[in-house]
Design a protein. Structure first.
Lengths: 370, 317
């Protein structure tokens, strides 16, 4: 047996401090990696990070834009977190977000100008969730009833949804397309009654709806018997089956709920800051960023909220970097690095490293069995 | 459909399928070691930008290809570390690789005082046997009108197939992907085998990415590869983890991508089908293939490595 410098042994329960330290360290480590690339391209990383902080938090207006960016990320984060918790690999948040936007914009346009806001606003939100759930069902039903690998189906559905939105706006004279604009195809503006009312600069009530939904999802998963059964399935499907839990229905339920959360995000985004089914404003990778949010929040549905605000801050700060000659893609690079470190950090939450002792008890087999 | 259009479509399918062959064979090698790497899209993009940059600076295509492979293998090494040494979620780690690679490629293409973006490549892969050979009807354009990498892709698939099924090392690799504990009992170093093959897989993804920036779309733009990396992951299953079948699966998807142009060339009424709908075709094809092929216990029967995606705890053997 080769000598080992460290012995890896599983931890029982990680301390709350460690659970907070790992995500914070992930962000700092990602900034260090980003700094290397910024230095190589001849930019002072401190200037860049100061600029980003200033754009995201430096003014009331900047902070309200950060919260606007965070709103959909809270919900795509919830979408990824509830699915991943159950080992349902829904990578289709992107497509479910887009279909949520299609349904929400569709109902708003169908209701038209005459409908009262008290009807139009709930209709738009619910239609968004329905659109996301329907799109998730395309992958969820084969997964549950045929055992089809959902990673690839949800991924492919992202591209189909994006092309579908392009079809509605660029490829046809659909009701979603603005008939008034003939120069370059764009989305038909959503009637005012169906627009989320704003209250501070452009910030609208969508942020409260998103936070409320995250809390509701937390309550559902942690405090109800349904959520309890779901968590048993996530821990061990054989235990769940033994306990008489209907595993198939639980997986289907979580999958659809995950899709609905991403769909809500699309609905709130299209009826909030965007205001029309506009492919260029919607295709921002918000579904994928939700996966980063969920991982950095360690799948905790309450932690998703502050983490989404952090990622929203990054997204919001991106365009301001162009003013100092730094590519907006710096943000994507940083977010990817954050996810790499966050997932690597799980190792330290799950395990502890220990120097081997000289006594006979340092046998790793024994340590692990203990 | 007239004959020349059919041949044009087939030639384009071969060319569009070539990067898919590299990436798919790379992912087959990775998955045969029991590691799922969803970072193909990111590795291809990093290969595309670094290969483009190296050729841009040096004027050498070979150097571009080498740099692309090394850079993507470096990114793959990160995934190897998280999934083999740290044994955390391979799915999330792979997605992280893709997000980081996508950001990095776009960043590198736009950073600096003279960014690469918008620049044409200094050198481009050109057909090897231009001239008389390609004049031969049907066979000429299909077999002879291609650049070196098109032939290399087929050779890579052939070598990978031989390696997997006819060499001792290939047998060790498959053993590691099926049952790492038994492989280790038989004296195979599981960690080493997994690291090596994840990195080879990454290098091939990088080569596939470089094919976009040095042959297919030889001008740097933010996202030159479309969804090729994601398609490659689906093709692994369609090819049932066999490199030879990857060649045909890749050409089939190359044809699906080309289909919208083919229909447009046919004229009315075919050209009226919106291109946004036709662009869905490869993805619909992948989903249908996935439902037909991987449902129930069929994935195992197809040849999915039994230990795919499962971290190996040597201490718990």
């Amino acid at each position: 047996m080769t000598t080992r410098r460290f012995i890896v042994e599983p931890r029982g329960l990680a301390s709350p401090q460690l659970k907070l330290f790992v995500p914070v360290a992930s962000v700092l480590a990602a900034m260090a990696v980003g700094a290397v690339f910024l230095l190589v391209t001849g930019v002072n990383p401190l200037t860049v990070y100061a600029q980003m902080y200033d754009a995201a938090f430096g003014s009331a207006r900047g902070f309200s834009e950060t919260l606007i960016s965070a709103t959909p990320l809270i919900l795509t984060g919830v979408a990824a977190a509830i699915a991943f918790k159950m080992l349902v690999w829904n990578i289709g948040g992107e497509g479910q977000f887009l279909m949520g936007a299609v349904f929400a914009a569709g109902i708003a346009i169908w209701l038209g100008d005459g409908a009262p806001a008290a009807l139009a606003l709930p209709a738009v939100v619910l239609a968004g969730g329905l659109g996301g759930a329907v799109w998730a069902a395309v992958a969820a039903v084969p997964r549950v009833y045929l055992g089809t690998n959902e990673i690839i189906t949800t991924l492919m559905l992202n591209f189909i949804a994006l092309n579908f939105v392009n079809f509605l706006i660029f490829g046809s004279n659909s009701p979603w397309r603005d008939p008034a604009v003939t120069t370059f195809p764009s989305g038909r503006p959503i009637p005012d009654a169906a627009r989320m009312p704003d209250f501070f600069n452009r910030l609208d009530i969508g942020i409260f709806i998103a936070i409320g939904m995250a809390v509701a999802a937390w309550y559902l998963m942690e405090k109800t018997s349904w959520g309890f059964a779901v968590r048993i399935v996530g821990d061990s499907s054989s235990t769940a089956r033994y306990a008489g839990v209907g595993v198939a229905q639980k997986i289907l339920g979580v999958f659809l709920l995950s899709g609905a959360a991403a769909g809500f995000a699309g609905g709130l985004f299209v009826s909030g800051p965007v205001g029309a089914l506009d492919p260029r404003s919607l295709d921002l990778g918000l579904g994928f960023t939700g996966i980063i949010v969920a991982a950095l929040a360690r799948l905790n549905l309450i932690a998703v909220i502050p983490v989404a605000i952090l990622m929203g801050a990054l997204n919001n700060s991106g365009p301001s970097l162009q003013a100092i000659g730094v590519p907006t893609a710096t943000v994507t690079m940083l977010q990817g690095a954050i996810l790499i470190f966050a997932v690597a950090g799980e190792f330290f939450i799950r395990n502890r490293l220990r120097r081997p002792e000289r006594s006979s008890s340092s046998n790793p087999e024994e340590v692990v069995a203990a | 459909m007239n004959e020349s259009l059919l041949i044009l479509t087939a030639v384009a399918a071969i060319s569009l399928g070539t990067p898919l062959i590299f990436a798919t064979v790379g992912e087959i090698i990775t998955e045969r070691a029991g590691i799922l790497n969803l970072g193909v899209q990111g590795m291809m993009l990093v290969g595309a930008v670094s290969g483009f940059w190296a050729t841009f600076v040096s004027g050498s295509l070979i150097l571009g290809v080498v740099v692309a492979m090394v850079a993507a293998a470096g990114l793959a090494a990160v995934h190897a570390f998280t999934s083999i040494t740290l044994r955390v979620s391979q799915i999330v780690s792979g997605l992280a690789l893709t997000l980081f690679g996508t950001g990095l490629a776009s960043f590198l293409g736009r950073a600096g005082s003279e960014p690469l973006v918008g620049s044409p490549s200094r050198k481009v892969f050109v057909p090897l046997l231009d001239g008389a050979m390609t004049e031969i009807p049907v066979v000429g354009p299909l077999l002879f009108g291609h650049d070196a990498l098109v032939y290399l892709a087929v050779i890579v698939a052939g070598v990978a197939s031989y390696y997997l099924f006819h060499t001792h090392l290939g047998l060790s690799l498959r053993a590691v992907g099926e049952d790492p504990a038994s492989a280790e009992s038989a004296g195979v170093n599981v960690t080493w085998v997994r690291y090596a093959h994840v990195m080879v897989g990454g290098a091939l993804a990088g080569l596939g990415g470089a094919y976009f920036s040095l042959a297919l779309v030889p001008t740097w733009q933010d996202d030159p590869i479309g969804a090729a990396g994601w398609i490659a992951i689906a093709l692994v299953i369609l090819a049932s983890w066999r490199p030879w079948r990857a060649v045909f699966a890749a050409y089939l998807f190359g044809a699906a991508e080309r289909f919208q142009f083919t229909l447009q060339t046919l004229g009315e009424p075919w050209s009226n089908v919106p291109s946004t709908l036709l662009a869905m075709l490869p993805f619909v094809l992948a989903i249908v293939a996935m439902i037909v092929l991987t449902s129930g216990k069929r994935a195992r029967f197809l040849g999915a490595p039994a230990a795919l995606g499962i971290p190996y705890f040597r201490e718990q053997r």
